[in-house]
Design a protein around this ligand. Sequence first.
Ligand code: ZN
Length: 172
Amino acid sequence: MTVKTILTEPNKLLRQISAPVQKVGKEERRLMDDMLETMYSANGIGLAAIQIGVPKRIIVMDISKDNEKKTPMYFVNPVIKHHDKLKATYEEGCLSVPNQFAEIDRPSKCEVEYLDYDGNKKTLKAEGLLATCIQHEMDHLEGILFIDYLSKLKKSMIIKKLSKNKSNRIVV
Ligand code: ZN
């Protein structure tokens, strides 16, 4: 397993729409392993393939707490079948939008159809943190970031801040 570099906003790749996976094979499983390793090393609870520059509809997640057993989840070609009208609000952050947080409303429950690590078709009924997390990650597959739900002003302030951090960054 390899820890990959996580792309950060602003980056055109993060705005790309990811393509469906034809078959869950060796290559896809290796990608999922790398994604999980990358997510754990960054202390994240979810990661979409495009965040490491791979435009495939693949997500990994693990919402277990620090003191709990690790429970990795893999979603290939996820599709939301139903979502609740009732909204839930969480303060969201994103590994691709470092150090920025904002309260975002999303449907509080959803039902997702997807292929698992072995390519088997599964359905998941999600609520709470799990529902929010999967919807956040699925947005990545459409090139959407959580800051897109904020006001234009707030969003542009965040992007400005991130751009500034980038231009000041040196690698020696
Ligand atoms: Zn994210």
